[in-house]
Design a protein around this ligand. Structure first.
Ligand SMILES: [Cu+2]
Length: 655
């Protein structure tokens, strides 16, 4: 299947008529059924794949379920979907981003769209990540099987997986499963990081049935369950994070001469999240904090083609119910339990429409215009929760409606060697459930309890972006930059005179809006073919964020780099790589940040693909952080150290 490079340097599509991908800035190939021989660690987590993208950084609270930052913006400012489906985590502490509910065994790639252009599946400021499952296909009758296994020494991680796929001219089906279990990991200098263990299983199935020569239906299920997940950077762990994700899709192609495709999907997902502090040694007061998130939704997408015009029309909507509770058990069992809603059964309804036209100005240049309009409503369904929030906002109503808008334009020139383009956009977003309705949510990084603010205005962004690419025999370079001016930028501000609920917290913060903030980021990726079988890839990134008083914003990447030398000849591949950051000087003290030292780590791997009797066996052996460096980065929550030296072995068999 996909034996392509892992991160196609921003795929600023060279061929203008690859219609469905023209606004995608970057594609991270994950592999799906078969894995690529060039991949340095084929059985990496999805998070490890994503962090190689030039647009994505990861906030780490442990070794599991990292939070993706797109253009250095957290998940409130971005949209992450699985095959176009909206899914919302059920944790008030962001322990379960959408990306934590999928596995390498069922994904084929992640499509990354930067900025306002990413508003197809919902309004976004930073952009969108759509995780695409591997596509089933009809064809001559055939079975395919794969088995995967891996081991990592740094945390005794054991990985087992398998998949089976069947296709025929009128029917296809595939099932896959994967399990991972890991003990605590060791940072550099044999420093054990307690509470960093985890266990996870992921099962998925997919089946398609042809209804006619040009139409079919597909149903898809994912079940993911993580247990005993430690979060060393947080005061609590997770005893259960469970997701059920199901969908039914109908596709008709082509509809007529002009209408090239029509796809409609209905979906449902149910997330359960249970936080656990019973394993921690000294808990001043024991707490139970479960959360639930249920989403029903649909989308219907139509594509049309006229001479020089490619249209896309997408109607989509969802209904989400987010609930989170906290029960405190006082040490003296004669005292009463304390119960509250940290998310007071918040119902979010969204109905949106998205339109896009990509039209060719000449054989080499094109313009893409897109826009969306959405109706967004939040309603607090728990009276008890509403009464609690009304302590802070006496005049607050249960329901609040908003209108969300976005427009974007991008010009692109595609020559034989030179590609360049520039664009701009406007988009806004509604506050997240935590930002609008959270009740005493403890932020362990800043050490403040947070109160949501239902009166927040929409946060809105004006964005400018540009890119340039150069390509010739054996050499390519891609430069890309974005600038965001974000008005009514939502942050936490100290609310004086209030006693925090969490023991040890410094105080209470309330979500408020800054006048504005600006975020600039840039990346450069180069590839040089030194010899026919030797490729040198470099990636540089930088981001800078400031508020309206020129004070720093948190989680902005300092100068960071990755460099790798890949040897690939016939069935043998070998790679040495380095990655590092400069010193994090422009930290945001107001949000709990401090300086972080520069670091560099080195990795190496070697792989060989055996083939016999129609069977393919890929083995990969590697070592990460060769010199066992003890280090932490600007995006490690509470400065937990990263893993030290790690030997790994990955084995994949396809037959
Ligand atoms: Cu949690």
């Amino acid at each position: 299947m996909c034996s392509i490079i892992s991160v196609g340097a921003f795929a600023q599509q060279i061929d203008a008529d690859s219609l469905n991908v023209h606004n995608i800035q970057e594609v991270v190939v994950i592999g799906g059924h078969a894995v690529s021989a060039k991949e340095s660690k084929p059985l990496s987590s999805i998070d490890e794949y994503l962090q190689k993208s030039s647009k994505i950084e990861m906030i780490k609270r442990g070794s599991y379920a990292w939070e993706p930052l797109l253009n250095n913006m957290p998940t409130e400012r971005t949209v992450v979907t699985i095959d176009g489906m909206r899914i919302f985590g059920a944790c008030t502490d962001k322990m379960d981003p959408v990306t934590s509910y999928v596995e390498v065994s069922n994904l084929s790639e992640a499509e990354i769209v930067s900025g306002a252009q990413g508003s197809e599946h919902g309004n976004t400021i930073g952009g969108a990540i759509n995780l695409r499952r591997k596509l089933g296909e009809f064809g001559p009758q055939k079975w395919d099987f794969a088995l995967n296994s891996g081991f990592e020494s740094v945390n005794q991680q054991k990985i087992y997986g398998g998949s089976a796929a069947y296709k025929s001219p009128v029917f296809y089906a595939d099932v896959s499963g994967m399990s991972r279990s890991a003990e605590n990991y060791f940072a550099g200098n044999h420093t054990e990081v307690p509470f960093s263990q985890y266990k996870k299983i992921n099962l998925s199935g997919n089946a398609g049935l042809k209804l006619g020569s040009n139409q079919w239906v597909e149903t898809s299920l994912i079940y993911d369950k993580a247990t005993n997940v430690g979060y060393p950077a947080l005061p609590m762990d997770v005893s259960l994070a469970e997701a059920f994700i199901g969908s039914l899709k109908y596709r008709l192609v082509p509809v007529s001469d002009y209408l090239t495709g029509w796809e409609t999907k209905i979906y449902y997902n149910n997330i359960t999240h249970r936080m656990d502090d019973t394993q921690r040694p000294s808990v001043p007061i024991h707490m139970d904090m479960p959360g639930w998130s249920k989403t029903y939704g649909y989308y219907s997408q139509l594509t049309a083609e006229l001479p020089d015009h490619h249209f896309k029309f997408n109607l989509n909507g969802f209904s989400n119910l987010s609930t989170a509770e906290m029960t405190m058990y006082p040490a003296n069992s004669a005292e009463k339990l304390m119960f509250m809603y940290t998310w007071p059964q918040v119902r979010t309804l969204f109905q949106g429409v998205y339109l896009e036209d990509h039209f060719l100005l000449s054989s080499k240049s094109s313009l893409q215009l897109s826009g969306s309009l959405g109706f967004h409503s939040n309603k607090v369904e728990s009276d008890f929760g509403l009464n609690s929030l009304q302590i802070f906002y006496p005049e607050m109503a249960a329901q609040k409606n908003r209108l969300l808008k976005s427009v974007a334009a991008k010009y692109r020139f595609e020559g034989k060697q030179l590609t360049f383009g520039f664009g701009g956009g406007f988009s806004d977003r509604a506050p997240s459930v935590s930002e609008g309705y959270g009740f005493y949510l403890f932020n362990s990084f800043e050490k403040y309890d947070y109160i949501g603010n239902p009166h927040l205005k929409n946060e809105s962004s004006i964005e400018l972006n540009a890119f340039a690419g150069l390509k010739s025999e054996g050499f390519s370079a891609d430069l890309s930059a974005s600038y965001f001016h974000i008005s009514d930028y939502i942050v936490g501000k100290v609310l004086g005179g209030l006693v925090p609920m969490t023991i040890g917290a410094h105080g209470v913060k309330q979500y408020e809006a800054l006048d504005f903030a600006t975020i600039f980021d840039a990346s450069l990726t180069t590839k040089v073919k030194l010899l026919q079988f030797l490729e040198w890839t470099n990636q540089l990134k930088y981001a800078r964020g400031k508020d309206f008083e020129k004070k720093n914003l948190p989680f902005m990447s300092p100068f960071s780099y990755r460099s790798s030398l890949l040897f690939h000849r016939n069935k043998l591949s070998a790679e040495v790589s380095a990655m590092g950051n400069s010193k994090y000087n422009d930290f945001a003290a107001e949000y709990g940040e401090s300086e972080t030292s520069a670091f560099a780590v080195f990795n190496a791997n070697i792989g060989y693909q055996f083939g016999f009797n129609g069977m393919k066996l890929l083995t990969k052996i590697g070592v990460e952080n060769i010199f066992d460096k003890l280090y932490t980065t600007y995006s490690d929550w509470n400065k937990i150290p990263r893993p030290g030296r790690n030997f790994y072995l990955n084995i994949n068999v396809n037959f």
